[in-house]
Design a protein. Structure first.
Length: 259
């Protein structure tokens, strides 16, 4: 059974360096930082599986380039992030370029609901979409907007299916959700960056591919078990970041991490 994973670049983002590697001031340090990282790709992932393609995250929308789309009252959007996205980079055109329509998708898995992962939801409206109940709870309503989510930008008919984990032995993880009849694509809980963050484990070409969302911004942070600067629960985030690395040691000879 052949599985292929396609990275899909839906634009690029620049962050404050303190966002990528947590400093002593935590989230406050991100807002006070005056340096910028280089441009980083905003990635979604298409798992080309024999049972049907699975999309992990939807990337960002070019609408973020339009004045007024992002809330200027929110300090993170005003001070700590820059986007560069064109309409052609959105997930819909990119899927079509790969010969995939939303009707072909087995399901969509959202690692979390920050806009650079959920901004393309309109392109997959009507597809079965899986979200952690804990993530949906913290992202919804006025409280979600205060936390930096954009629930008012979700499609009007957005009604995700809750991810329900069941006990299983998967390296250091004690629970997960199997997405395929073959049992080879598994969603695992990785709270930290957000309370309901999840990641996806996919075996591919002898490797364990970990589609890790924002568990870490780079392989170094993943291997060292570091929390990011915006993580409100750094101990939890670091613990699950380290678990990703242990999973690679436990299940295969090599680990390929795709944050």
């Amino acid at each position: 059974m052949t599985i292929r994973i396609h990275p899909i670049n839906t634009g690029r983002v620049a962050l404050r360096p303190s966002q990528e590697r947590r400093g002593p001031l935590g989230p406050l340090g991100v807002l006070l930082d005056r340096d910028w990282t280089d441009w980083r790709p905003i990635l979604a992932w298409l798992i080309d599986h024999p049972e049907g393609p699975i999309l992990v995250d939807t990337g960002e929308t070019a609408s973020v380039m339009r004045p007024g789309y992002l809330p200027r009252w929110h300090p993170f959007f005003r001070l700590a992030v820059r986007f560069d996205i064109t309409p052609e980079q959105e997930i819909g055109p990119q899927l079509r370029a790969l010969g995939c329509t939303k009707g072909d998708l087995r399901c969509v898995v959202l690692t979390h609901l920050h806009t650079d992962h959920a901004g393309g939801l309109a392109h997959v409206a009507g597809c079965p979409t899986l979200v952690s109940p804990a993530e949906l709870a913290v992202a919804s309503g006025a409280a979600g907007r205060l936390r930096g989510y954009l629930p008012h930008r979700w499609p009007a008919d957005f009604s995700p299916q809750p991810i329900g984990f069941t006990p299983m032995a998967l390296g250091p993880f004690q629970e997960g959700l199997v997405l395929t009849r073959a049992g080879d694509v598994v969603v695992v809980p990785t709270p930290g960056h957000t309370p309901g963050h999840v990641s996806v484990v996919v075996p591919c070409d002898g490797f364990n591919i970990l589609i890790a969302g924002d568990t870490s911004y780079a392989e170094q942070g993943l291997s060292e078990g570091l929390a990011d600067g915006g993580d409100a629960h750094p101990g939890t985030g670091a613990r699950h970041t380290g678990a990703h690395t242990r999973l690679g040691r436990d299940r295969a000879d090599d680990l390929s991490a795709q944050p």
